[in-house]
Write a protein that binds this ligand. Structure first.
Ligand code: TYD
Ligand code: MG
Length: 454
């Protein structure tokens, strides 16, 4: 019987027997392609092997068998996102848009790790060794004892790794690697998965750490990094706006550390520079307080970050007013607008609403709710918030304000950057930070009355 064709989504890796314009699993359009190397039928029946898979008692694991310690690269922003350095025999995926700076970051990381004594190999499937050298020259890294290889054939790479026995291998990028044992074209879901599987299992077997680079793809011809997320221990995304120099390395999954940490970098002519005080950077473009502008005291992982939120509210010429959000969740904005209307009686009907997080930062914290509400109201009422005031807190559907975690951290950061006041939900532990006048309110109506005198 002829083998049925199978199709895979290049975005999420979902397998179907039928082609369709839209992936049923993740909703992506035009992402489904035929994938010869995959089958949707269940796994073949597995016979018993001759060797037993060895199991050990948890209590019998002595500390000598514990894995060797993590290695710190000295790039603090990277080490923190990794959960406190690189774990031996671990697999890490670094995803990001093309051109965002992944190769730059990883070449710098390779040099740092090599400099602290880790035997490191950087395998590029996209650039020749001469091109990598040119980049290294530009980054001032030519002295670092990093091994370079320009190779795309998986078999050749594994052979090289077997001979060289590095402690860290960086594969740039996973989409360019191909295995001759898989029938489909390089870049397909099957190839990308096979390459990731081979490399991670090799890494686990020999105790080498591996970092895979994956481009986020837009057109669906090439599999995206999401199809290998489940195979690795740590997933990091490198984000940023092309027009801005800030870059954020964000942990979205980490078996060895907190998964919400961020590292902040700045793209310079000499590569990526660490940003040790992101709040100062994100607020650097802020002018005098104006209507619609609010400073949100946020926390990313363990680190407080102040960012400016900007809102614009204007009468809409359209029958369906616009709701445009950059750097925040559009659904969450709709919720805040609904709560303002239903609980406080402030409608936004007939008004266009634009919300922007300055500096190209993306905020995911619910504690941004109150800052967003403040920005929307400030824009709508054309009234600036009291100067040098930060805002944070979650808003519930009832209009009640919920205290945010790490209040003290947020206040301390605000104080460090010269702020003198904070608007926040009541409740939680009584925290006070010298130099910050903390104004606490228990619901949105009280907040609006207090701040906007409505
Ligand atoms: P790159 O690391 O090649 O991106 P990726 O691997 O994610 O595709 O970075 C590409 C961009 O970075 C490119 O537009 C030029 C810029 N860049 C600098 O601004 N300074 C530098 O020192 C380097 C090496 C690159
Ligand atoms: Mg690259």
């Amino acid at each position: 019987m002829a083998k049925k064709p199978s199709f895979a989504c290049n975005d999420c890796g979902n397998i179907t027997t039928k082609w369709s314009g839209r992936c049923e699993a993740c909703g992506a359009w035009n992402s489904i392609a035929e994938d010869a190397g995959l089958s949707s039928s269940g796994p073949a029946k597995v016979g018993l092997g001759t060797v037993r898979g060895r199991a050990v008692q948890l209590t019998n694991l002595s500390t000598e068998e514990a894995p060797p310690p993590r290695t710190l690269s000295g790039l603090n922003e990277l080490d923190r996102v990794l959960g406190g350095g690189l774990v031996p025999a671990s697999a890490t995926l670094v995803g990001g848009d093309p051109g965002i700076g992944k190769s730059t970051l990883l070449l710098q990381a390779a040099a740092q790790f090599a400099n602290v004594g880790l035997k490191t190999i950087y395998v590029s499937g996209e650039e020749s060794s001469a091109q990598i050298r040119m980049r290294a020259l530009r980054l001032g890294l030519t002295d670092a004892p990093v091994q370079l290889a320009a190779e795309t054939n998986l078999r050749d790479i594994l052979t090289t790794l077997e001979i060289e026995k590095p402690q860290l291998a960086i594969i740039d990028s996973i989409q360019t690697m191909w295995s001759d044992s898989v029938g489909s074209a390089p870049g397909s879901v099957a190839q990308v998965r096979a390459a990731a599987h081979e490399l991670t299992s090799f890494a686990k077997r020999v105790g080498m750490a591996v970092i895979l680079v994956g481009h986020v793809t837009k057109d669906g011809q090439i599999a995206g990094p999401r199809v290998v997320e489940h195979m690795v221990d740590t997933v990091l995304y490198f984000e940023g706006e092309r027009g801005h120099q800030f870059r954020i390395l964000r942990a979205v999954k980490n078996r060895f550390g907190p998964s919400d940490e961020i590292g902040v970098f700045e793209m310079t002519g000499m590569g990526l520079a660490q940003v040790t005080n992101p709040s100062a950077l994100f607020l650097s473009e802020r002018g005098t307080p104006s209507p619609g502008s609010v400073v949100f005291a946020g926390v990313e992982g363990t680190r407080p970050v102040l960012v400016e939120l900007q809102a614009l509210v204007a009468p809409s010429p359209h029958s369906q007013p616009r709701r445009t959000v950059v750097g925040w969740d559009g659904g969450r904005l709709a919720m805040i607008l609904a709560v303002l209307e239903a609980r406080v009686g402030i409608p936004f009907t007939g008004l266009d609403v634009y919300l922007n997080v300055a500096g190209g930062m993306k905020i995911t914290e619910p504690a941004a709710d109150l800052a967003v509400a403040a920005a929307l109201l400030s824009a709508r009422e054309d009234a600036a918030l009291p100067a040098e005031t930060v805002v944070f807190g979650e808003i519930s559907l009832s209009g009640a304000l919920r205290p945010a975690p790490q209040t003290e951290n947020r206040l301390k950061e605000a104080q460090k950057l010269g702020f003198t006041g904070a608007l926040a939900p009541a409740g939680g532990k009584g925290v006070s930070v010298k130099g910050i006048a903390l104004n606490q309110m228990s619901d949105l109506t009280a907040f609006v009355g207090d701040v906007f005198g409505a």
